[in-house]
Design a protein around this ligand. Structure first.
Ligand SMILES: [Zn+2]
Ligand SMILES: [Zn+2]
Length: 335
């Protein structure tokens, strides 16, 4: 192991990760990381956490970013959820703080709607199951809802039934057939999302009113207006949300500062190397920022990234960004 790896995408117990910030830094140090950016979902750490980080004396450089939820109208005209990474912004920016607060409220309402939607499908699930699954987190995300479903073994039969229904419907529908085949390739962790967790699922989750969710363009603008850079996260999983022409236009107009070209996590078992090559070509073509990250939620994810071919390429990425934009380094120990 050569070391010096840099992950600009990681989660903690504040949202859907399994380690605290300091535990993640400890794992990162042991695995040879040099830089770790914390990018929790719609969440900036509380002052206590920031103080703990500031008194951290270990070898890893840390910085505090964010992974913002947003939506984008795909080429199919439907709104799709996606994630925008933000770095080097001022977390005390008023508009940003207001948005995070609205999203927090929206997530509580969404959890309630999930419980109704899933109960109607026959799942055993309660509000309390969701809260238990999210224990220790400051926000409730769809992975917690999936965990709540999994906490009742009898729910597996319903997932199997919906999977069979999709397979049957796919026989006479090429679009569904493609979706079904992609789901099988991506593996069981993706089944709930393809089958019933999303507005675009086989059995759509009624999205409800999108009161607070910003569009991709507006979420990026919010990060940029707070002094930061906006980077589209894991486009591999959001190709329905942002088509190639749309992505190219967003980069050429600087509505996005960059793209994340590599993530290593277990969200998919599909080979995305062709997409990685495409994304890297865009960073050259539009002189856009390239980021790479573990999108880690635990020690195993950090280890998977450290052992992947992306790890060696990740070395030096943070300094390249710093040299390029001369950012405010207040919320880091990079100074
Ligand atoms: Zn994400
Ligand atoms: Zn993430």
């Amino acid at each position: 192991m050569t070391g010096g790896f840099e992950s600009l995408h990681a989660h903690t117990r504040d949202t859907d990760g399994h380690q605290t910030h300091l535990e993640a830094l400890e794992s990162a140090a042991a695995l040879g990381y040099q830089v770790l950016a914390f990018t929790d979902h719609d969440w900036f750490p509380e002052p206590d956490t920031v103080r703990q980080l500031q008194s951290y004396t270990g070898p890893v450089k840390w910085l505090l970013g964010i992974e913002l939820s947003a939506f984008h109208q795909g080429s199919d005209q439907a709104p799709h959820n996606l994630h925008v990474l933000g770095y080097f912004f001022d977390p005390q920016n008023r508009q940003l703080q207001d948005y995070l607060q609205e999203l927090e409220q929206g997530r509580i309402e969404r959890m309630q709607r999930y419980v109704e939607h899933l109960s109607a499908l026959g799942f055993t699930i309660s509000r309390q199951d969701c809260l238990t699954a999210a224990s220790g987190s400051r926000i409730i995300g769809s992975p917690h809802i999936v965990k709540a479903i999994e906490s009742h073994p009898e729910n597996q039969a319903i997932i199997d039934r919906l999977k069979d229904q999709l397979a049957a419907a796919a026989e006479h529908d090429p679009e569904l057939k493609a979706r079904y085949e992609r789901m099988i390739k991506e593996g069981p962790r993706q089944y709930p999302y393809v089958l019933f967790m999303k507005a675009s699922s086989f059995v759509p989750f009624p999205a409800g009113h999108k009161m607070s969710m910003l569009s991709l363009e507006d979420a990026s603008k919010l990060i940029q207006a707070a002094g930061g850079i906006a980077v589209l996260a894991h486009w591999f999983f959001n190709q329905d949300a942002v088509s190639r022409p749309q992505l190219e236009s967003l980069l050429s107009t600087r509505q996005l500062d960059g793209v994340e070209t590599e993530v290593v996590n277990l969200i998919t078992e599909r080979d995305v190397s062709a997409e990685t090559t495409y994304l890297r070509s865009l960073t050259t073509r539009f002189d856009a920022i390239e980021t790479m990250g573990s999108d880690s939620h635990d020690q195993a994810d950090l280890q998977a990234f450290a052992e992947s071919p992306a790890a060696a390429r990740s070395v030096g990425q943070t300094q390249r960004i710093i040299d390029r934009i001369q950012p405010n380094l207040t919320w880091s120990n990079l100074k």
